[in-house]
Design a protein around this ligand. Structure first.
Ligand SMILES: Cc1cc2nc3c(=O)[nH]c(=O)nc-3n(C[C@H](O)[C@H](O)[C@H](O)COP(=O)(O)OP(=O)(O)OC[C@H]3O[C@@H](n4cnc5c(N)ncnc54)[C@H](O)[C@@H]3O)c2cc1C
Length: 421
């Protein structure tokens, strides 16, 4: 047990919001935008200086499929809107079949695309500002101030010190469930393999870009640790990285950075450059809520009465799930909700739920639910799901998949085309 420092201080109260979204990753942006579109006064707090989280500064710039691998679009609503926005003014790799939306003929080409990281960051800021969201960069969410199981607001650490913002509803979109953990909500750690991806250019790829007249060919990926999400390539004897502790994150990042250094330092120095190192730890699973109803592997092809949207599996063609509302909330905590990587899921279902399109879906659901819970003055975990489903469906979200899309037993197969990460 470490020595304990007792400390008390007076902190200025700097504002009051209907909804405070903690974390400006893709799920947080979706939550903030959705709450603002419901007419709420929204603050989004981001510890870095740009929006998008792993999907931008984490250098993960590919949407996994929004479709089932047979030409049927499964994930719609805000996820599709943001996908289109990500390529509106930057390069894309969208298959021709999907350029105008769902194709008329079945196809095994998946609805996926790469996008320009920097341009998408700018798009996200513009989108939030146009929607009236207050964006606070370079501010670390440090403490949720709790009164029992009710969150009164958030203390942040910024350049001008510590500030308190009052909130009616708080969305934890930190990817690591930082707020939930500190609020006393039950959470569970993840396990990560050794992965580190940096982005750069080299002469050969620049030549290719000129030849094709397409700038996206100029980029190259350099890796420190190169484990896949299944752990292939994980160094023998190295333990997996568990949870989101300061020690673990530092160990993960510094080992990866030094390995990358060793790999690139002897390459011809005028022929290659790394222009981005990831701006955050590329942890796939760090910590999630233990919610009222997690998404689990055995929910495959099962209809969920409280579904907030259907999702598909990026790596297994045909596989379909419906995300229960209980994956976002925890009974007893009346104004806390989560989304994205820290939504509640178990086993492979966590991988299905954490990637970019489902993260947007859960963000959209969390922001909409937060707004509706304020209007209906019920605890967020008791929000009537029917009207929430209607509100989401009105934006295009498919709440329940069609049984005709469920293949006969044993026909689901691992996809071999784009979409695998
Ligand atoms: C190696 C790797 C490869 C991947 N490949 C793909 C892929 O190809 N396609 C795909 O769709 N998905 C992929 N994913 C998954 C996907 O990128 C993420 O799961 C998704 O982007 C998560 O979004 P999020 O908003 O939930 O969390 P995050 O992106 O983690 O966002 C959390 C945000 O909160 C901020 N934050 C955290 N703590 C605080 C705090 N205390 N105060 C203030 N701000 C805070 C962070 O800075 C960040 O901006 C990959 C992930 C990894 C790690």
């Amino acid at each position: 047990m470490p020595e304990i420092l007792k400390w008390s201080e007076s902190i200025p109260i700097c504002g009051e919001y209907d909804v405070i979204v903690c974390g400006g990753g893709i799920a947080g942006v979706s939550a903030a935008l959705s709450a603002a579109r419901c007419g709420k006064k929204v603050l989004i707090i981001e510890k870095t200086v740009t929006l998008g989280g792993l999907a931008t500064m984490g250098l993960i710039n590919m949407w996994v499929p929004l479709c089932n691998g047979r030409g049927r679009q499964i994930i719609k609503g805000l996820a599709e809107e943001l996908l289109r926005l990500s390529i509106a003014h930057g390069y894309d790799t969208l298959p021709e079949e999907w350029r105008l939306g769902e194709p008329e003929q079945p196809t095994d080409r998946r609805y996926v695309t790469y996008y320009s990281i920097g341009i998408f960051e700018l798009e996200l800021l513009k989108l939030l500002k146009d929607a009236g969201v207050t964006v606070l960069y370079d501010a670390l969410v440090s403490v949720p101030v709790m009164k029992g199981q009710h969150c009164e607001g958030i203390i942040i650490d910024g350049k001008s010190g510590r500030h308190f913002y009052r909130a009616k509803m708080v969305v934890d979109a930190t990817g690591d469930a930082d707020v939930l953990l500190r609020a006393g909500v039950p959470t569970e750690d993840g396990y990560d393999y050794f992965t580190y991806i940096a982005e750069g250019i080299d002469i050969e790829h620049c030549r290719k870009a000129v030849e094709k007249n397409d700038v996206r060919y100029a980029y190259v990926r350099y890796s420190g640790g190169s484990s896949t999400l299944y752990g292939e390539g994980h160094p023998e004897g190295m333990p997996r990285f568990k949870g989101a502790s300061m020690e673990m994150e530092n160990d993960f990042l510094q080992k990866n950075q030094l390995l990358l250094y060793d790999k690139i330092r002897d390459m011809p120095r005028s022929e290659r450059d790394i222009h981005y190192l990831p701006g955050m730890a590329q942890l796939r699973t760090s910590r999630h809520l233990i919610g009222d109803k997690p998404l689990t592997d055995d929910m495959l092809y099962r209809h969920e009465e409280t579904s907030i949207g259907a999702v598909c599996d990026f790596d297994n063609r045909d596989s379909l799930y419906e995300v229960p509302y209980g994956a976002l909330v925890c009974r007893g905590f009346d104004n806390l909700i989560t989304c994205g990587r820290c939504a509640s899921a178990e086993g492979w279902a966590w991988d299905v739920l954490r990637v970019i399109p489902p993260a947007v879906l859960t963000g959209q659901a969390a922001g909409t639910a937060a707004a509706r819970a304020i209007d209906s003055t019920v605890p967020i975990y008791d929000l009537p799901v029917g009207p929430l489903q209607q509100a989401l469906a009105a934006t295009g979200v498919i709440i329940h998949f069609d049984d005709a899309w469920v293949p006969g037993t044993g026909t689901s197969e691992r996809a071999s085309v784009e979409g695998h990460i």
